[in-house]
Design a protein around this ligand. Sequence first.
Ligand code: ZN
Length: 141
Amino acid sequence: MKHLQKIEHIGIAIRDLQKGNTLYSKILGVPAYKEEEVTSEHVKTSFFKVGESKIELLASTHETSAIAKFLKKRGEGIHHIAFAVDHLESEISRLKAEGFTFVSETPKLGADNKRVAFVHPKDCSGVLIELCEEINESAQK
Ligand code: ZN
């Protein structure tokens, strides 16, 4: 069984989403294919396709959000690396059994039609790792 399928996307924290969209559409040569607000996380996102992978830009909509805290502490830059998984719950239990801590114990609804869970960066040499599962896929099981 393959645990982590591929790098699904790389999340980049950005102060101004529109400026980020302009910048990244220049870099990547394609416009963002969607913008989405995740109100529960106080975050606005946009997505770009690069071959099989995606770039997710994340901007804060409220000063209490995780992105606002990240920007304050570390400035703009890579925020997380997201890996696609087939079955989120079984990957969470596998990694917990390996001693990893999760930012939140239960999966959350993420942007781009995903259920997501984050492994705490303190356990991953400072890198925030997102596990994400397509919602459509899980509905078929
Ligand atoms: Zn993400």
